[in-house]
Ligand binder design. Structure first.
Ligand SMILES: C[S@@+](CC[C@H](N)C(=O)[O-])C[C@H]1O[C@@H](n2cnc3c(N)ncnc32)[C@H](O)[C@@H]1O
Length: 235
């Protein structure tokens, strides 16, 4: 079986495939970004850390929507040069620090919000919890108790109805050894990774339709394919 580690190691040495992967991810995230910005209140975030942020489509959207915010985008060394170029082209590079590293070693300190979009689903439970634990570790150094982890994934709903996440679940199984998860499975993961008192009350379904995100005013409703932003206060 393929694992995400093997996939990303391969992309390190296959520039053409890496370009396709990064562009595909950027295009998908551009469609989701407005919904995330709409679903989550970034007003209290002076610094957002985008963990495994790729080429920065979500970071750029957050920075454009929230002029008071700065960002740190953290990703693998092979990715980060492309990130700088794209954030420069988006006109937000002056408010973003791009840092290369491995989230299994550590993640940058100092965020008010740690955003993980399409990260957790790449990995099995043990590795997903290892990434969350590394977020938790640096958050413990932050003197602000309101630091958040924001996990953006397709949460599998109950029942047997068609749902986009069920297809990407199969893709994850085949390509990375990861999986899509139900809300209960995320809650178990959060407790294992962020600690027993990780409090995850909010599932904020983002309004979407087949044509991409449709941003409501204050109301955010569950879209057909149900991308969900989850807000996990950690005390
Ligand atoms: C599925 S992509 C998601 C990218 C971005 N968050 C988005 O939604 O567009 C997974 C990202 O995780 C990054 N990644 C994988 N392994 C990593 C590691 N060990 N340390 C840091 N980043 C890693 C990849 O380079 C890639 O950008």
């Amino acid at each position: 079986m393929y694992t995400a580690k093997a996939l990303f190691a391969y992309l390190d040495h296959a520039a053409d495939a890496a370009a396709i992967f990064n562009d595909h991810q950027t295009n998908m995230t551009k469609q989701d970004a407005a919904a995330v910005v709409s679903a989550y209140d970034f007003r209290e975030c002076a610094r957002v850390v985008d963990v495994g942020g790729g080429h920065g489509a979500l970071t750029a959207a957050i920075l454009k929507a929230c002029p008071w915010t700065t960002a740190v985008l953290f990703d693998r060394p092979a990715v980060i040069e492309g990130t700088r170029e794209r954030l420069h082209a988006e006109g937000v590079i002056d408010r973003c620090t791009c840092i290369a590293g491995d989230f299994f070693d550590s993640v940058p300190e100092g965020g008010d919000a740690y955003v993980l979009k399409d990260i957790v689903h790449d990995w099995d439970d043990d590795r997903a919890m290892a990434i969350l634990r590394n977020c938790r570790r640096v958050m413990a150094h932050t003197p602000v108790t309101t630091t958040r982890v924001l996990v953006v994934e397709k949460v599998i709903p109950p029942g047997n109805a068609p749902f986009l996440g069920k297809l990407t679940d199969i893709t994850m199984l085949l390509v990375t050894g990861g999986r899509e998860r139900t809300a209960k499975e995320y809650e178990a993961l959060d407790r294992g990774g962020l600690g027993p008192d990780a409090n995850c009350p909010n599932h904020l379904p983002c309004k979407r339709d087949r044509g991409g995100p449709r941003v409501g005013k204050d109301v955010v409703t569950n879209g057909e394919d149900g991308e969900v932003a989850r807000r996990l206060p950690v005390r």
